[in-house]
Design a protein. Structure first.
Length: 646
């Protein structure tokens, strides 16, 4: 084997070998067609020899090149050896196959091609003379454990001096970039190992402190709670199916679209805000809502099924289980509302129309009641009573007119008696009764005198005649004498006549007043009778409008009831299709929490240790640079020149 030469011209020791020697140690060159060398994965540096014309790469037990990595499919790719060269074929893997950074389904392979399957990268090497050298990518780091555990890697460890520079010839590849050889990588790994080994105490100390800090952070910052709930969209029954097997189907949308739509809806700001409002927060701020949405995770778990996970602090309010429970049911109602939007709009339209008709009906009822109140005396149902009242008033008017005529005649007669002093004549007649009696007595005496045979010239007869003449004269004088006012007014006959006149006047006035009232009532009744047709027609119109509005109200109410029943049935049908499980509350296990916090603390400690080591190395390099003779001589010469000049 031809060994590489160092920069100082001396040959390297015999213990320093290259990649070709390692390949020879793995398998004889006569048996292998090509090699693949892992440089990124769980076992970097592992070498696989390709002895067959068809080599299967995958995670399965039947793979020729078995790679235990979750990103690699069971049967990931196949390398074929043909007359024109090697080629790689992707076997419809999940994460794809890449050659030179480009995803391929089928591609030829050349020496030193970089091939990636999943997240595992390896280098393809053709069988060639052992004097050839291949340069590996910069990312290749082959630890000691990986080389010693592989059955295909030689057990001997090359001793590489840190200051030897290896001459790397140009390797045939698709590009012109020169890549380091495996020997370079081994030298760099040895240098890094020695560097880390010298500072293992510092690294171990900071790592231990980091692990301790990570474990001690558990009581200070307790791990969060995680709640997860599942939602399944059940198939609905179709009565139009031809067979019993096809009656139950789920033809809304495919499972992927359903889960993507659910993820989009569940992470909407408005839906989360309404969920928080239902949980007692009237106006949750947008930053809080967005922080909650950032903690939601939706993943597909089956056909038309997904799981929602929400993780938050132990002290978070609302708790993850409460929020997720309300949020999932809110999502279901949201989806049902979207699917029933048209039917719900119809129900809302009918409900608005029904309210409008109810307002019209109340308005018509108020109009009808107001009109009946304003025309309470001329309602159609009171028409018979109105006509009866008119007849009674007409009769009453006739009676009052007759009474007025009667009272007027009696009053005129009584006034005529008073005018003719008939009461006074009666009084005088009564007063002259004594004179008449005296005259009758005198006439009786004259009759007796004449019966006794006395003659007119007889003194007794003459005396009686004189006395008769005197009495007659007094009676005539009494009858013709004027009666004083006081005597006349104190006369009972006069008073009786005067009272009769006053009584007749009062009766006449009362009759006339009653006649006036009767005429007024009769006039009102006549107007009511004349207005009856108009009132009856208006009330008929209002009643017709009311009946028509009631009919419309009944029709709308029936339609609304039918639409609401249909909406409720559709809603129940839609709700029955969503199977929402009660969110389960999951607490982080102590072992995983300890491992996670300890790992994070270890990483933090290693990071701090790296910073401290870098600072110390920088300080050492600066000190060495400042202490070098060349720098001291330069500083001294500069100082001397400065001193000579000034």
């Amino acid at each position: 084997m031809a060994w590489e030469r160092a920069a100082d011209g001396r040959d390297p020791p015999a213990s320093k070998i290259g990649l070709d020697a390692e390949l020879e140690g793995a398998v004889t060159s006569g048996e292998a067609l090509a090699y693949i060398v892992l440089f990124k994965g769980e076992q970097p540096g592992r070498i696989y020899a390709l002895k067959r014309n068809i080599v299967l790469i995958g995670r399965g037990d039947d793979a020729d090149v078995q790679i235990a990595d979750s990103s690699v499919s069971q049967h990931h790719a196949r390398i074929l050896s043909r007359s024109e060269g090697f080629e790689i074929v992707d076997l419809d893997s999940t994460n794809g196959t890449f050659v030179g950074g480009k995803r391929v389904a089928r591609s030829g392979l050349r020496n030193s091609d970089q091939v990636t399957v999943g997240s595992v990268q390896f280098l393809f090497l053709l069988e060639r003379p052992t004097t050839a050298t291949i340069r590996l990518p910069d990312a290749f780091k082959r630890p000691q454990a990986a080389r010693t555990t592989s059955a295909l890697v030689p057990t001997r460890q090359p001793m590489i001096a840190p200051r030897i520079s290896v001459a790397v010839p140009h390797a045939p590849s698709r590009g012109d970039d020169v890549e380091p050889s495996l020997a370079d990588m081994v030298r760099k790994a040895a240098r890094a190992y020695g560097f880390i080994r010298e500072r293992r105490l510092v690294i171990a100390a900071f790592g231990a402190v980091g692990v301790a800090c990570g474990i001690l952070s558990i009581p200070l910052v307790p791990p969060g709670l995680s709640a997860s709930g599942e939602v399944r969209l059940l198939p609905h029954m179709t009565l139009t199916a031809t067979s019993a097997e096809d009656r139950w189907q789920n033809n809304d949308q495919d499972s992927g679209q359903f889960v993507k739509s659910a993820e989009h809806t569940i992470t909407q700001l408005e839906l989360a805000r309404s969920t928080l409002q239902k949980l007692g927060s009237p106006s949750p701020p947008d930053p809080w809502v967005r922080s909650i949405l950032a903690k939601l995770k939706v993943e597909e778990i089956g056909e038309h099924a997904f799981r929602v996970t929400y993780k938050d602090r132990v002290s978070a309010r609302p708790t993850p289980a409460d929020f997720l429970n309300v949020h999932l049911h809110n999502y279901v109602q949201w989806e049902i509302g979207k699917s029933l939007r048209e039917l719900a709009a119809k129900v809302d339209f009918l409900r608005d129309q029904l309210k409008s008709v109810e307002k019209d009906l109340d308005h018509i009822s108020d109009q009808r009641a107001g009109f009946r109140e304003a025309n309470a005396d001329r309602l159609p149902e009171d028409a018979v009573q109105t006509h009866t009242s008119r007849f009674d008033l007409e009769t009453r008017r006739a009676e009052l007119s007759a009474q007025i005529h009667q009272y007027q005649g009696e009053l005129n007669a009584a006034l005529e008696q008073l005018k003719n002093n008939r009461p006074e004549a009666q009084r005088k007649f009564q007063w002259s009764e004594s004179y008449r009696q005296s005259l009758n007595e005198i006439d009786r005496k004259l009759t007796d005198a004449y019966a006794r045979g006395l003659k007119d010239g007889h003194p007794e007869v003459q005396q009686l005649k004189d006395e008769k003449q005197r009495v007659q004269a007094q009676a005539k004088e009494e009858m013709q004498a004027a009666t004083p006012t006081v005597m006349r007014e104190s006369d009972p006959n006069y008073q009786q006549a005067q009272n009769q006149v006053e009584k007749l006047q009062a009766q006449l006035a009362a009759a006339r007043a009653s006649l006036g009232e009767t005429d007024g009532s009769l006039g009102q009744v006549r107007r009511v009778v004349q207005d009856l047709p108009r009132v009856e027609q208006h009330l008929a119109d209002l009643e017709h409008r009311q009946e028509a509005t009631k009919q419309l109200h009944s029709d709308l109410f029936a339609k609304l009831s039918q639409a609401e029943i249909q909406l409720n049935l559709e809603k129940v049908s839609a709700e029955s299709r969503y199977d929402v499980s009660t969110p389960r509350l999951e607490r982080a296990r102590k072992a995983s929490t300890l491992g996670l916090r300890g790992g994070l603390g270890l990483l933090l400690g290693l990071f701090v240790a790296a910073i401290v080591i870098l600072l110390r190395e920088a300080q050492r390099m600066i000190s060495q640079t400042l202490a070098s003779p060349t720098l001291v001589s330069r500083i001294t010469s500069t100082r001397d020149r400065f001193r000579d000049r000034f």
